[in-house]
Design a protein around this ligand. Structure first.
Ligand code: SF4
Length: 207
């Protein structure tokens, strides 16, 4: 029988931070279901491919999930680099900010999916200029970028705030997303919205 062309992102701990327990659970699942392909995605999640479609729910169950990961219309994922906690170039705590952002804005209803990349320094390893919401740290605080996209029609996002602390950058990101929710067409990504309207419209809304 040919290997099935199935592909699923697995439930993965927040921001791709792994533990020995999770890896052992995962290794047991890979062996039990004889999974032929396992991959870390660009969204810092794990994906499996080539499995029997009938096994999907059992695989999720064995990983401690009642249902599979959802693909929300709203914040789709938050990427964060190791930041100041683990990287010698880090200037700000990207992992902690990712947690706070998920709590504050994670359930906000939005017109389409929103990808967030948070980097602890201007090296921007989480590619904030091509994320709907991009954030990177400098010594004096966070820089916020809005409206980027790295897909088929790339767009470099616009810097909308600098020198922000954790609460300020989350509040400003929330204002950007509120503007997006009020002005975008259904399923229109932030980059397409910002390509068809003047940046000044957003800037006025953020004042
Ligand atoms: S963005 Fe900076 S802090 Fe984050 S992993 Fe890259 S170099 Fe390190």
């Amino acid at each position: 029988m040919d290997t099935p062309k199935t592909y699923n992102a697995l439930p993965t701990p927040k921001m791709g931070v792994l533990s020995a327990d999770y890896l052992e659970q995962l290794a047991a699942v890979v062996r039990k279901y004889d999974l032929p392909f396992l991959k870390i995605t660009s969204a810092q999640r794990l994906a499996i491919a080539g499995h029997d479609p009938a096994d999907v729910e059992a695989i999720w169950h064995d990983l401690g999930q009642q249902t599979g990961p959802t693909k929300p219309v709203g914040i789709h994922y938050i990427q964060a680099c190791p930041g100041v906690q683990w990287c010698k170039l880090g200037r700000q705590d990207s992992l902690a900010l990712g947690e706070k952002m998920a709590e504050s804005l994670g359930s906000m209803p939005l017109p389409a999916k929103v990808k967030v990349g948070i980097s602890g320094c201007p090296m921007n390893c989480c590619e904030g200029y091509v994320r709907d919401i991009g954030i990177f740290g400098k010594k004096k605080g966070w820089t916020l970028i809005f409206g980027g996209n790295g897909g088929g029609v790339p767009r470099i996002g616009d810097v909308v705030g600098e020198g922000l602390n954790d609460d300020e950058v989350i509040a400003l990101a929330g204002k950007c997303l509120t503007f997006y929710a009020e002005h975008a067409k259904k399923m229109e990504r932030t980059a397409r919205l910002m390509s068809r309207i003047p940046l000044e419209d957003l800037q006025k809304a953020l004042v």
